[in-house]
Design a protein around this ligand. Structure first.
Ligand SMILES: NC(=O)c1ccc[n+]([C@@H]2O[C@H](COP(=O)([O-])OP(=O)(O)OC[C@H]3O[C@@H](n4cnc5c(N)ncnc54)[C@H](OP(=O)(O)O)[C@@H]3O)[C@@H](O)[C@H]2O)c1
Length: 250
């Protein structure tokens, strides 16, 4: 129960890693605010948490919309009194070789993955400064600052920027009592790591060859890492970009 009565925001909590992380915090006693654009998916996350005896609320917000994020943080502070932990996990996957990538796709990757984290941190940090404490974990990717693959330039650039932004903000805020880190996963067991038309079995066969560990990352593994970074156990961890990628970047 490392997060007993802590107020935790998880963006992108309507599916995949965000949903798993939200459930992980709730299991350790947190009041979780699940945020993303799709209300139905968020409400399903809340139902799953409540079925496990946890506490959660669904609040829709688009991470590319600054007034929306301001409203989200305001609502959290008004309803729950504070914002202890924020996990900026919302993100999208964009593929395409640099020369062939439509400019709108480039802009979309940067807008959601990078500007989304910048805007979220801006509003979260304002609330955390006012209370004199807080923890932020940004979800980047090993594809970015750590490994590169042909065809993933926009995604890689958008995530490498999250790594840089994390380290910078971490240095800016640590004396204000706000601890900021990132996690950079390799392929996780979510729909995002499936290639178009690929089944989970096909992905398993592909990763058996492609990744040193020979398998996809489990949702418990990203959850465990995010919870550790957010916990007091990681109190001396500042500005990390912690890579968990089954050895891909090794
Ligand atoms: N899966 C992997 O292999 C992998 C590997 C490395 C890093 N990551 C990163 O891990 C994070 C989670 O990925 P995932 O695999 O769990 O993907 P996912 O299942 O597609 O979840 C992405 C979440 O982000 C939300 N989202 C997208 N655009 C948004 C916006 N503009 N505003 C608010 N929320 C938005 C989505 O909800 P709505 O569409 O309803 O808003 C959804 O809940 C992402 O940042 C991803 O880049 C994933």
């Amino acid at each position: 129960m490392r997060f007993a009565d802590k107020v935790v925001l998880v963006t992108g909590a309507g599916s995949g890693a965000g949903r798993a992380v939200a459930r992980g915090f709730a299991r350790e006693g947190a009041v979780v605010v699940a945020a993303s654009r799709g209300r139905e998916a968020l409400e399903h996350t809340v139902k799953l948490i409540e079925a496990e005896g946890g506490r959660a609320a669904a609040v829709t917000a688009d991470v590319t919309d600054s007034p929306d994020l301001a409203r989200l943080v305001r609502e959290i502070v008004t309803r729950f009194g504070r914002l202890d932990v924020a996990v900026n996990n919302a993100g999208i996957f964009v593929g395409g070789a640099v020369a062939d990538l439509p400019e709108e796709d480039w802009a979309r990757a940067l807008h959601v993955n990078t500007t989304g984290v910048f805007l979220a941190m801006k509003h979260e940090i304002a609330a955390m400064r006012a209370q004199g404490s807080g923890v932020i974990v940004n979800v980047a990717s090993n594809i970015g600052a750590h490994v590169r693959y042909p065809g993933l330039g926009a995604y890689a650039a958008s995530k490498a920027a999250v790594s840089a932004l994390t380290r910078t903000a971490a240095l800016e805020e640590i004396r204000a009592g706000i601890r900021i880190n990132a996690v950079s996963p390799g392929p996780l067991d979510t729909a995002m790591s499936l290639r178009p038309g690929e089944s989970a079995a096909d992905r398993a066969a592909r990763l058996a060859d492609a990744l040193p560990i020979g398998r996809v990352g489990a949702l418990d593994e990203i959850t465990g890492t995010v919870l550790w970074l957010a916990s007091d156990d990681a109190g001396f961890a500042v500005g990390l970009d912690l890579v968990i990628d089954g050895g891909a970047s090794a």
